[in-house]
Design a binder for this molecule. Sequence first.
Ligand SMILES: C[S@@+](CC[C@H](N)C(=O)[O-])C[C@H]1O[C@@H](n2cnc3c(N)ncnc32)[C@H](O)[C@@H]1O
Length: 195
Amino acid sequence: MIPFNYLGFIFKHFGKRIYPECARSYLEGCIEKLNKDSAVLDLGGGTGVLTEIAYGFNPSPQYIVSDPSIGMLKHSPNFSQKVLSKAENLPFKDESFDCVMIGEALHHFKNIDKSLNEIHRVLKHNGTLFIFDFDPKVFKGKMIYLFEKMLGEPVNFFQPSELSEILQEKGFVINFHKKEYKYVLLGTKIIENNN
Ligand SMILES: C[S@@+](CC[C@H](N)C(=O)[O-])C[C@H]1O[C@@H](n2cnc3c(N)ncnc32)[C@H](O)[C@@H]1O
């Protein structure tokens, strides 16, 4: 397992570098329309790297960083609410969030089906899902996959087309954008999930 609990300082100071300009501008598109009555969940948010980027685009919404590692969470920004929890069992009411962001974290979730059902549940109707992750079929993505597998991580990596299909079945409309081994997947919750 990757000892995230001890890596907070590293992610806090270097974590932003993984997000290319194009990923940031897709995130801006999700965040800019929100207001002070909106809520944004940074899931597997760690030290709140994505939350800091999003806040730079729009400081109005309420930001919640959720992560199972207290050593990561303690570095998240003070303007955010910190919640110790796993994606598979979220301590939030149905339809709580206007946007759920997941930055290089989905592949660490142990149970993807359960996590995606939870994400669908806590998102509002027409709410937006922003996922940033790595394509395991592209060389650098495969290297990350092999490295994390060696460390005993769940390595739930998907090609963006594959993840799109799964999410469409759960009631999302999906678009994805690829840049080499990195991709951004944008989803809108349109219908109820019957799972
Ligand atoms: C590579 S870090 C990414 C952190 C942050 N999103 C960023 O962009 O820097 C992956 C995060 O996923 C979290 N994580 C691992 N398993 C999880 C789970 N089941 N549910 C939610 N988060 C999880 C880890 O604690 C870690 O903080």
